[in-house]
Design a protein around this ligand. Structure first.
Ligand SMILES: *Cc1c(COP(=O)(O)O)cnc(C)c1O
Length: 388
């Protein structure tokens, strides 16, 4: 039971022999940049989510940047984003000198508030970027209806949502275009990586050209026997392609997707059992329309029942050897967004409440039963020690 005394990290990537062997194979093959592994990763990913296209890139940020470029976003346009998200969701809009219009979220789920979203639509609004917070899926039916009514694009931020389901359908094919992240802490990880999934030929074609300098041919085609040396640059593109070594890790994680997902679900179930009915905090509110990837397991403190703040609660967790995190510091609290777009926390009562109460607990596939029970015991012990 040595583990009982060890620090439980907030996250640890699950590495099996499969990741190791595919990565070693990729290294030994000598093909280190985008090549056959990237192509296979795209094909298998498109098949998983049921889209015509999947375009692999080196991050969610790159994926979403290319997507907005393909959609023709212009300076002065407005794009709606939720207050509770990572900066990347809004920064990609700023790349175009367009305006991220920050809207409030649901106070219990952290998902974008549909009514607040509708109220924020102006003649300048071009699109919506819903974020599937923690792996739970936004109300996509309402979002798609609103988008159609006002002629807006929908770009889903599915950085947390693999695999997540909405009314039984896997995220990736619920709207115009979806962007995924394979950053090291995400449910399917490559270290750094991302994917654009869409049925639209125009978006897929533009993104695949722009991810590699705006050249109209992939490098691997140029240098293989059947390829040609000739290419044409049709626009000043970007350098966002994924390497074959990273794609190898992605392929291994894709094979293990359901194995890893079941483990996360199992940990969430253990947490739910241990925490159900307690008066000190709320466990994740699960929507009936959505089936979460369990990227995050978040609790919302009932501050009127505790004598310590959220920050002090996190200090106590750390002191007792439990890692944790906060998702996210709302956009309007960051100096850049606050000052540039004159945002004040008074406009976001729900996001403010969510943020001030939220703690993300460790939920990674290789967590042992002992580690899970160390977390549950520590959390309950802190609650009892600091009960009002
Ligand atoms: C991680 C994350 C991103 C950015 O992903 P990268 O692959 O690191 O660019 C975007 N949105 C959300 C909600 C995230 O959590």
């Amino acid at each position: 039971m040595r583990e009982m005394n060890d620090f439980v990290p907030f996250h640890k990537v699950s590495v099996s022999e499969r990741e190791v062997s595919l990565a070693v194979e990729a290294i030994k093959s000598g093909w280190w940049t985008s090549g056959p592994n990237v192509k296979r990763f795209e094909e298998e990913f498109a098949e998983l989510v049921g889209t015509k296209h999947a375009v692999a890139v080196n991050s969610w940020t790159g994926a979403a940047h290319l997507t907005l470029e393909a959609l023709g976003l212009q300076a002065g346009d407005e794009v709606i984003v939720p207050a509770i998200t990572f900066t990347a969701t809004a920064e990609i809009v700023c790349y175009f000198d367009a305006k991220p219009v920050v809207v409030d979220v649901d106070a219990e789920t952290g998902l974008i508030d549909i009514e607040a979203m509708e109220r924020s639509i102006t003649p300048k609004t071009k699109g919506i970027i819903p974020v599937h917070y923690g792996g739970q899926v936004c109300d996509m039916d309402s979002i798609n209806v609103l988008a159609k009514k006002h002629n807006l694009f929908v770009l889903e931020d599915a950085a947390h949502a693999i695999p997540s389901y909405y009314k039984g359908n896997i995220v990736g094919n619920l709207s115009d275009v979806t962007c995924f992240s394979f950053y090291a802490t995400k449910p399917l990880a490559c270290g750094e990586g991302g994917m654009i999934t869409t049925d639209r030929d125009d978006i897929a074609e533009r993104c695949s050209i722009m991810r590699l300098h705006g050249m109209n041919r992939d490098a691997w085609k140029r240098y293989t026997a059947e390829g040609k040396w000739y290419y044409e640059v049709i626009a000043p593109g970007y350098k966002y392609n994924l390497t074959d070594i990273h794609a190898a890790l992605g392929l291994a994680q894709l094979e293990r997707l359901y194995e890893l997902h079941i483990k996360r679900k199992d940990i969430a179930a253990q947490y739910n059992r241990a925490f159900s009915g307690n008066e000190y905090f709320q466990i994740p509110k699960i929507l009936s329309d959505s089936d979460t990837s369990w990227h995050l397991y978040w609790i919302l403190l009932n501050q009127e029942k505790l004598t310590i703040t959220r920050a002090e609660f996190i200090d106590e967790l750390t002191k007792h050897g439990v890692g944790s995190s906060v998702h996210f510091i709302p956009l309007y609290l960051h100096p850049y967004y606050r000052d540039t777009f004159q945002l004040s926390e008074r406009e976001f009562p729900n996001a403010n409440s969510f943020y001030s109460r939220e703690i993300s607990l460790p939920i990674f596939p290789d967590m042992s039963k002992e580690q899970v029970s160390k977390v549950t015991k520590t959390v309950m012990q802190i609650c009892q020690e600091f009960a009002k």
